[in-house]
Design a protein around this ligand. Sequence first.
Ligand code: UD1
Length: 428
Amino acid sequence: MDRLHVRGGRSLEGTVHNAGAKNACLSILSASLLTKKTLTLSNLPALSDVDTMLEILQRLGTVVERETQDGVVRCRTSEIAEPTAPWDLVRKMRASFEVLGPLLGRCGRARVSYPGGCLIGVRPVDTHLRGLEALGARVRTEGGNVLAEAPSGGLRGGDVYLGTPAGSSVGATRNVLMAAVLARGTSVLSSAACEPEVVDLAHCLQAMGADIEGAGSPTITVRGVDGLDGAEHAIIPDRIEAGTFLVAGALTGGRVRVEGVRPDHHSALLDAFVRAGVPIEKGGDWIETQTRDPRLDPLRPTDITTQPYPGFPTDLQAQWMALMLAVPGVSIITETIFEDRYMHLPELARLGASVRRHANSAIVCGGKRLSGANLMASDLRASAALVLAGLIAEGKTTIHRVYHIDRGYERIEARLGALGATIRREQQ
Ligand code: UD1
């Protein structure tokens, strides 16, 4: 397993281009199963999670043509011989569970293994399954798989509630949306997730001929159509990746410009930056942190609470904690989406960070000297936070099990290196 070696103390400077959104493209790739025609996607990020999803599609019978440049991929699934997504692939990432809705919609039946993914909480799939049942599917569990079957005339429109104890489910919204586009009649999805990645999926489905209204709001209305066509669609930029690079700029007091972003997707992060005193500039498709001397011009400790979109994203919680480690004073970070999303705490403690956990909050006593250490990456976003913390720790920080980072960040060492970070990958 590869390792990353980071030497702290350099202020970052330069421009980085925002890659396509992992969380949008994975479900949009699943949506290609809904048509016999070709779905052409651009701005696909080069990530191991994307490779996994393409492998799942290929096992289902999709012919995949991938261009190395511009992140273009063409998917064509003329036929699905067996609508089964096996454990050996689905266990690698939770998003692969979102082939269930499209397979059920197109084939009338599907067998998909219970998902794996980052260990950040229990992460049930009950909302997905109840949603499909509301469209008439019969769902049962057998041998670790979900078996879903549509009634003889196919799925029918229904009223679907997508709320969970922690807010709306993003994955369930997308899974049910993809099943509903080919159902007979009208479906009303309430308490639907409003995340930009749901909207991007809806835009792609609309380009394929689906009849969808209200995506981006808590109520989505879907009028089923008989079939979907091929289409071309460009994936939106990855707001979590952009946010991570911006935090890296703020953390090191550097000028980091992220280009190709959607600033309107970043309201909560930008608000947190303002509250913290991070100097920021932005334009139509870029955001930039401004140079600041961290000793003369320290930031303010700033509390955040993770919330569904447009609130502060849970996927940036760990990175925000890394930023607060550099800020003298106490800040409180509260996680409301995933109950166990604090795997980075013991690793940050190895650097000398002072963070205590109380219920679903983490109390950060920032401004302490951090000194480099060996750290273990535990999940995707926590790993990014360890890299960020390494940028301000004295000496060398080594992050083991880097494959977690490769799931969601394209060549992170090359891109941070281009901004002036001292970071190197050791291949094993
Ligand atoms: C997606 C994102 C992930 C992000 C999360 C929240 C992808 C591939 N992943 O994950 O990066 O952190 O949204 O923004 O897009 N829940 C249930 N029952 C269910 C489903 C979910 O109780 O059937 C709960 C979860 O345990 C969690 C909350 O709902 O507490 C939100 O989860 P959900 O929005 O479904 O997250 P994912 O779609 O898995």
